[in-house]
Design a protein around this ligand. Structure first.
Ligand code: EPZ
Length: 417
């Protein structure tokens, strides 16, 4: 089992271009299915979740190729509409293919695994939205078979909760529905705006992304297009929190600063100096981070749940007290136990976690999920002594070359077989 070995206490210094956003490229690749033509996605990160998505596209009959950071998907020869269980288990967010397959082929089959490391991952909002558009969905155990026998028709959909995935699935399916769909209560994440941009390049007519009402004029004939994925705001938050934990000065390009402004505000409150120069984000951290106002995770533009563990790890090695309230997922504190083994003082009660900063020490720790694993690396960079982090498959789902990037910035991190 491979692991990272990290000698903490070395400041990070340097400049890096942030990878393409994992949570944007996955729906973008599903959207490529809508057009019977060739699309090229640039700035595509090299992640195991992306590879799994490309495997699904190939399995559905698409011609897929990758040239560096550019992925080409020719969806003209699509021949299937069933996603195998092993690929669904590998990546839960493959549920995003439902809407695109229904729009393109009129049917979709997939077995939906239940919960994951973050707790139950229901898809009731996805299914309700697709049914509103005319899909018939039969649930047989964990398997769903969806058809649009009578054709998809535009509808007014109201999401009771701004689910990112349900918003994306509804947008993709509505592109194949005759007439206009309005999606109220939509998620407002920047990744949704990125998806709208690509859909309109494909020839769709989508507007309102970034607000809570999105309008899709469906039934238009679509064609392939080129698109460059937005920067990964959570990866950017990770590098900045790493700098907060270890100290130093880091400059980031390739990410829209406004897409992580809640994280920037927290880091500034904690004593780091953040400069937003439009195309470049720069942060200087010369002293231990201080405790800050309570951090409540919320749908965008609130504090992103994906940055909760990462910021907690940076503050756990600082000074002062911070209350976290995790409102988005049921069990997103699994990294706490591992941080505690590094000496962190974190008290969890239900959705709340109170972090009291203190010096951390090296330890052998295990990643429990993608962002929890990244949090352990962040904590290790600021801890005294040597930390070994196992469970790297979780981290590889969302971070491209994490050890190479941190080494470039001056961290003492090695990948041990
Ligand atoms: C997306 O997941 C992201 N994944 C997640 O990032 C992110 O944490 C999440 O949005 C929230 O921002 C991708 O984009 C691939 P949701 P998604 O639907 O779409 C409940 C990471 O680390 N819900 O907004 O699954 C759900 O259980 C990952 O990169 C329902 O109840 O998130 C959760 O509690 C982790 N019914 C809440 O809503 C539904 O039908 C938010 O889920 C759908 C969701």
């Amino acid at each position: 089992m491979s692991m990272y070995e990290i000698q903490g206490g070395r400041p990070l210094n340097g400049r890096l271009r942030v990878q393409g956003a994992k949570n944007s490229v996955l729906p973008l690749l599903a959207a490529a299915l809508l057009a019977p033509g060739q699309s090229v996605i640039h700035h595509c990160p090299d992640l195991s979740d992306v590879s799994a998505t490309l495997d699904i596209l190939a399995l559905l009959g698409c011609r897929v190729s990758r040239e560096g950071e550019s992925v080409t998907v020719d969806a003209a020869p699509i021949s299937g509409s069933a996603i195998p269980e092993r690929l669904m288990r590998e990546m839960r967010s493959s549920v995003i293919f439902l809407g695109a397959l229904l729009a393109r082929t009129g049917c979709a089959k997939l077995c939906y695994p239940g919960g994951c490391e973050l707790g139950p991952r229901p898809i009731d909002l996805h299914l309700a939205a697709l049914r509103r558009l005319g899909a018939e969905i039969r649930e047989e155990g964990e398997c769903l078979s969806c058809t649009a026998g009578g054709g998809l028709r535009g509808a007014h959909i109201r999401l009771p909760f701004p689910s990112v995935g349900a918003t994306e699935n509804a947008m993709l399916c509505a592109c194949g529905a005759q007439g206009v769909t309005t999606l109220a209560g939509a998620a407002r994440e920047p990744e949704i705006v990125d998806l709208q941009r690509f859909l309109n390049k494909l020839g769709a007519r989508v507007s309102g992304a970034g607000t809570s009402v999105i309008t899709i004029e469906g039934g238009r004939s679509l064609h392939g297009a080129e698109h460059t994925v937005m920067g990964d705001r959570i990866a950017a938050a990770t590098w900045l929190c790493a700098c907060g934990a270890a100290g130093g000065e880091v400059a980031l390009t390739g990410v829209e600063p406004g897409s992580l402004d809640t994280v920037l505000a927290c880091l500034e409150q904690a004593g780091a100096r953040v400069e937003n120069r439009g195309t470049q984000l720069r942060m200087v951290s010369t002293k231990p981070l201080q405790g800050i106002q309570p951090v409540h995770t919320a749908p965008y533009p609130g504090f992103p749940t994906d940055a909760q563990a990462i910021l907690m790890a940076a503050l756990a090695g600082g000074r002062g007290q911070t209350l976290f309230v995790e409102n988005m997922f049921q069990s997103r504190y699994r990294h706490v136990e591992e941080l505690r083994r590094m000496g962190a003082d974190i008290q969890v009660r239900g959705r709340c976690a109170v972090v009291t900063g203190r010096p951390l020490h090296g330890q052998r720790v295990r990643s429990t999920d993608l962002r929890g694993g990244a949090a352990l690396v962040v904590a290790a960079l600021g801890a005294r002594g040597t930390t070994q982090v196992t469970g790297l498959s979780h981290i590889r789902r969302g971070y491209e070359n994490l050890e190479g990037i941190l080494r470039e910035l001056g961290a003492d991190i090695r990948l041990l077989p």
